[in-house]
Design a protein around this ligand. Structure first.
Ligand code: FAD
Length: 506
């Protein structure tokens, strides 16, 4: 049997980690418009009369214009992008969203929809003076059908709050991600967020049953059905899933919640090399079958840097690679037997060098916390370039050594981790400071390599502000043309999240 490793449980709240890292540096990022040389589009400037109009709909409290209050809504989580908005609106109802958009559309005022502002591609913050429409006050749970598992809620509900709520009814949210304490379900839907358990519960195109969204002209599109089957014409909800606030503002979501697993187990293993991670993944799929709920990997640097930067415990010692294998099932005995057969086999084969397995919720949380904190740990010191690509699994890790070699001592760290079950790797490149020289070494090189491997330049984070000029590496001209047609149809004045997703035509 697998030997239990020295395992100390430390409770580290993810909020501590987030806040500690987020505000580690008080130096304000450069304005995105200057940093990336963006020309302002021909929108109107916000006037005092516009602010008065918004106050007439929302009241003074929900219209922020104070510079200090507005500042956090202008800066993204990674502190790479900074907008120049002077107004943040906090609607509480779909009607208010509709009135705001109808007015902005008529006045040609650009807007930036915003959820929890945890997006990693600069989509959630303005570039110039777009009005921020933050959904945080639309946070009501509307209904939960315990028979079907359909949850209907407002778009501003925080993912973790929803998960806590449905757990009280023997259900779980079908997605889980490191930012769950801050991200909102509307943001998740708008980015088509993937996360840690996509392998088991599928993506949001499958689990979102219906939604309500407001178009640029204020029209409310009501597709808020909670049915699993509804083939009545075009599946319009899909237009809003993953469109990153460029086609409409999502105001309500109906989502299918799977049953809370009665038995859950987590293993954290040390692995000799990347080839063995792939072998272990194959073996886990065949041995664990339907109970496999997550299969994550991280290289040595991803884990050691997180342990060091955030002072977190590593339950096992140093290994070149790590795998995190989770099972969700309904029968502890049956699941335990499957897992121990898998472990015995792979300890014997040498694929698993060492590790720890636990079904104690607190210990599981500590291991998940280590994995989920990798993204935040890389923000400590210097500047970090983050890439989120998907690549056929046999080439999954190739890009990391390639980048290490290309960057040499210009990078202080290059590491990879991610959702190997989905072929989705996150590549982080830490540098002492952002320079154009380093950028030119990484981009478009990384996208060219991903394209050669028939991968996607954005697996789950979206295109946002940072990647439109690279979208052609993953989208054919005909598909891009249709995207433009849809944008023109749904937002003819282009007021919704300009400078994002679609590349400039010239
Ligand atoms: C530590 C950490 C871990 C992460 N892990 C993952 C992961 O595993 N998988 C993953 O997919 N992502 C991950 N992310 C990225 C991010 O959390 C997701 O993209 C998330 O879905 C964004 O939700 P949000 O509410 O913060 O949206 P925001 O960041 O506020 O917005 C994201 C985009 O959606 C738009 N938007 C937001 N709300 C709405 C709305 N109601 N209507 C229309 N448009 C809207 C914004 O304009 C923007 O373009 C992670 C981020 C962090 C910081």
């Amino acid at each position: 049997m697998l030997k239990r490793c020295k395992f100390i449980v430390h409770y580290v709240s993810k909020f501590n980690v987030f806040e500690q890292v987020r505000y580690a540096s008080q130096i304000l990022p450069q304005f995105s418009a200057e940093k990336y040389n963006v020309k302002r589009k021909n929108f109107s400037n916000v006037q005092a009369a516009d602010v008065s109009y918004f106050q007439s709909i929302l009241g003074n409290d929900r219209v922020l214009t104070d510079r200090d209050e507005v500042l956090p809504f202008n800066i993204d989580w990674i502190r790479n992008c900074r907008g120049q908005s002077q107004v943040v609106l906090k609607p509480k109802t779909t009607q208010e969203v509709s009135e705001i958009l109808a007015y902005c559309n008529k006045k040609r005022l650009a807007v930036c929809p915003q959820g929890g502002n945890t997006g990693l591609v600069g989509g959630s913050v303005p570039v110039y003076d777009e009005i921020v429409i933050n959904l945080m006050l639309m946070d009501k749970i509307i209904t939960l059908d315990e028979i079907s598992g359909a949850l209907v809620c407002e778009a501003g509900c925080v993912l973790e709050n929803l998960d806590n709520y449905v757990r009280g009814h023997n259900l779980i949210m079908p997605l889980d991600l490191g930012a769950k304490g801050s991200c909102q379900i509307g943001g998740n839907v708008s980015t088509n967020a993937g996360g840690l358990r996509l392998l088991r519960y599928g993506n949001l195109h499958g689990s979102v049953l219906g939604l309500e969204a407001v178009k640029a002209d204020g029209t409310v599109i009501d597709c808020l059905r909670s049915l699993k089957k509804d083939n009545t014409g075009y599946h319009l909800k899909h237009l809003f899933i993953g469109s990153e606030g460029t086609l409409g503002i999502v105001t309500k979501v109906a989502i299918h919640c799977p049953v809370l697993p009665k038995a859950a187990t987590l293993g954290f293993f040390g692995i000799k090399n990347f080839e063995n991670i792939l072998e272990l993944y194959k073996s886990a799929k065949s041995s664990l079958g339907e109970i496999l709920s997550a299969f994550e990997m991280a290289d040595n640097l991803a884990i050691t840097q997180t342990v060091k930067n955030l002072n977190l415990p590593n339950p096992i010692s140093d290994y070149p690679f790590y795998a995190l294998v989770e099972t969700h099932g309904s029968n502890e005995v049956h699941d335990g037997e499957k897992l121990s057969n898998f472990l015995n086999k792979e300890m014997e084969s040498g694929l698993i060098m060492d590790g720890t397995v636990t079904s104690d919720p607190a210990k599981m949380q500590t291991i998940w916390n280590l994995r989920e904190s990798i993204a935040a740990s890389s923000l400590v010191g210097g500047y970090v370039f983050k890439y989120d690509v998907s690549i056929p699994q046999k080439h999954y890790y190739d890009i990391v050594p390639m980048l290490k070699q290309r960057l040499g001592d210009k990078a202080s760290a290059v590491f990879g981790y991610g959702h190997i079950g989905d072929g989705n790797i996150h590549i982080n490149i830490s540098v002492p400071q952002y320079t154009k020289e380093v950028v030119s070494l990484i981009e478009p090189f990384i996208f060219e390599e991903v394209s050669k491997l028939k991968g996607s330049i954005s697996a789950e984070h979206g295109i946002g502000f940072r990647k439109p000029q690279f979208i052609h590496y993953s989208k054919e001209p005909s598909a891009l043309g249709l995207m433009r047609d849809l944008k023109q149809l749904m937002d003819p004045n282009g007021i919704l999240n300009p400078y994002k997703v679609l590349p400039e035509t010239n």
